[in-house]
Each structure stands twice: as structure tokens, then as C-alpha cells.
Design a protein around this ligand. Structure first.
Ligand code: CP
Length: 310
């Protein structure tokens, strides 16, 4: 089925074949993302971005992706600069963005905001993170990073480490990895385990999932170590955050016992979970991962706005 005109709210909105189509198209976009080739595939299109939570990578990579393909952007980069501050609803805000742009990219602190926006909009809506819910375009770039490193997703042993409760990137990624037949190793503080509904969903998919809270054991035999930040902003109680803050850290001593081909990923920003010394090792994939956000979002925008892969 074509992605033209479709919303992307959850990674579950895409079939395995559709994910593969985006990943294939994104590989062709890399020279354009690097400025080695130019394209006007989205000439005359306008992307409307509304970010009601902080972002560096997602907002700027969507804007970069649109502009590399000849589209233009309008954006609300901060809730304080919008009429939301005057009490305007998400529904009304989305109606306006849909009237101005050809597609909407929305980040919002409330889980379910993307679905609500999609109901309000007659233009495609891309969920760029809804609270502790989903972050589907992040998953596409995460998969692209793993595919670039290993040439496949099937059979990879992937450790999901950290805040599995509030981390929206892992909620999306776990589904996609299960669909592609990867093996999941869940490693988290006891209070930050994967929500039961996400875990049940993985079981329904027949995913291979194990839990291993001892980090050296989790890392041994892993192909991918996907590290997440503890989502401090989602904790209702500061004291609960204090109990888990700083409870894991990846450093070279830990990685000495890992497979030589292990890649360390992180959606970023990091807040102390990966020691800077790791950056200089062949394991560090997180900056490449962030770059791949541009070609992946180029492919996604192209397929959603035109139905063509560039
Ligand atoms: N990975 C990610 O969503 O980063 P930002 O919060 O900087 O957009």
C-alpha cells in the first residue's frame, strides 16, 4: 500500500514491507543528505512543524530533510511562542497547521496527542514523539542504523537498556524489532520496566524476549546495545527519579568484554549514560544514528507527500 497521504502516529501503522520501503529509499537519499547531490523532489511543498517539547535532532533533521528536497518549513519551536499559551486547544492548533502546510510534524508531551491531531487534520500527521507513547520516525532511523551496520535486522540480539517504562523510542523500536525477528534483551532498573501493554504486545507477536538486569551479562553476545536516558521529565515524584538516576553507565571497561562488532546506539540526548571515552571506539554508532535521521526523514516525507521515493 502507498504511504501517500498517510499519517504516521505509531510504528504499528506500517507493515514490515512498508518499513523496508522507507529504509531502501533512505539509502538512496544519503548522498543528497550529505550535500553531494541535489534534489527538488519536494519543490513547492510546505512542512508545518509544531514542537511542544524540546528537541534538537528530530526537529532539525525534519527541517533539514525537507529543505534538502526543496520543500520549505514553518514551525512552532516552543510552546511559549504559540497561542497555546493563550489557551488554544491542540485540535484548533492542528486545524490551523493543516490549513497552512502540506503535512504536519508534531511533538507533544501528552500520549495520544498524535492521534488527536490526525483526527483534526486533513493533511498527513507525523508523530515526532507523544509523551511516553511512540516515536515512529526515530524507529525508522534506528533500524536504518542497524541495517547499515549488519546488512540485516533478522536474528540480531538487541539489548534495550535503561528507561523502558517512559522511553517512547523503545516502545516503538521493540515492536519493529519483533516484526523483523530480532531477539530482545530487556535491561532496566526494576521501577522502569517495559509497560505491561507493550510487553503483552511483544508476546502476541511471538517475539523472542528475555530480561537481564546485570549489564555485563546483557552485553555479552549482544550485537546492538541500545541505551536510553532516564526520562526525568516524566517522573511525577523527584524522589523516585533520584532512586534510579545514574544507575547505569556504559564505558570502555564494560565494552572490553563485548563482541568486537557490537554497536552502541542511543537516540540522544545522553545525560551521562555513555562515557565520552566510548565516542572514540568503533562501537559508537550514536552520532551516525543521528545523521541517518536526515535521509530516513527525507524518504518518509517523499513517500508521504508524493508517493514516490525521491
Ligand atoms: N532522538 C530525539 O528524539 O532527539 P531530540 O529530542 O533531540 O529530538
Amino acid at each position: 500500500m502507498s504511504l501517500k497521504g498517510r499519517d504516521l502516529i505509531s510504528i504499528r501503522d506500517l507493515s514490515r514491507e512498508e518499513i523496508e520501503e522507507v529504509l531502501k529509499a533512505s539509502r538512496r537519499m544519503i548522498p543528497i543528505a550529505q550535500g553531494e547531490r541535489s534534489s527538488r523532489a519536494l519543490d513547492g511543498r510546505l512542512l508545518a512543524l509544531a514542537f511542544f517539547e524540546p528537541s534538537t535532532r528530530t526537529r532539525l533533521s525534519f527541517e533539514t530533510a525537507a529543505q534538502r528536497l526543496g520543500a520549505r518549513c514553518v514551525s512552532i519551536a516552543d510552546v511559549a511562542s504559540s497561542s497555546v499559551r493563550k489557551g488554544e486547544s491542540l485540535y484548533d492548533t492542528t486545524r490551523m497547521l493543516a490549513a497552512y502546510g502540506d503535512a504536519i510534524v508534531l511533538r507533544h508531551p501528552n500520549e495520544g496527542a498524535g492521534r488527536l491531531a490526525a483526527l483534526a487534520s486533513d493533511k498527513p500527521v507525523i508523530n515526532a514523539g507523544d509523551g511516553a507513547g511512540q516515536h515512529p520516525s526515530q524507529t525508522l532511523l534506528d533500524l536504518a542504523t542497524m541495517h547499515e551496520a549488519f546488512g540485516t535486522l533478522t536474528g540480531l540480539r538487541v539489548v534495550l537498556l535503561g528507561d523502558l517504562k517512559y522511553g517512547r523510542t523503545v516502545h516503538s523500536l521493540a515492536h519493529a524489532l519483533a516484526v523483523f525477528g530480532a531477539e530482545l534483551v530487556l535491561s532496566s532498573p526494576a521501577s522502569l520496566k517495559l509497560p505491561p501493554d507493550v510487553r503483552d504486545h511483544l508476546d502476541q507477536l511471538g517475539a523472542k524476549v528475555v530480561e537481564e538486569d546485570e549489564l555485563p551479562k546483557a552485553v555479552k553476545d549482544a550485537d546492538v546495545l541500545y541505551v536510553t536516558r532516564i526520562q526525568k521529565e516524566r517522573f511525577g515524584d523527584e524522589a523516585e527519579y533520584a532512586k534510579v538516576a545514574g544507575s547505569y553507565r556504559i564505558d570502555n571497561a564494560l565494552l572490553n568484554s563485548a563482541k568486537s562488532r557490537l554497536i552502541v546506539m542511543h537516540p540522544l540526548p545522553r545525560a551521562g549514560e555513555i562515557a565520552p571515552e566510548v565516542d572514540a571506539t568503533p562501537h559508537a554508532a550514536y552520532f551516525r544514528q543521528a545523521f541517518l535521521g536526515v535521509p530516513v526523514r527525507m524518504a518518509l516525507l517523499s513517500l508521504i507527500l508524493t508517493g514516490k521515493a525521491g
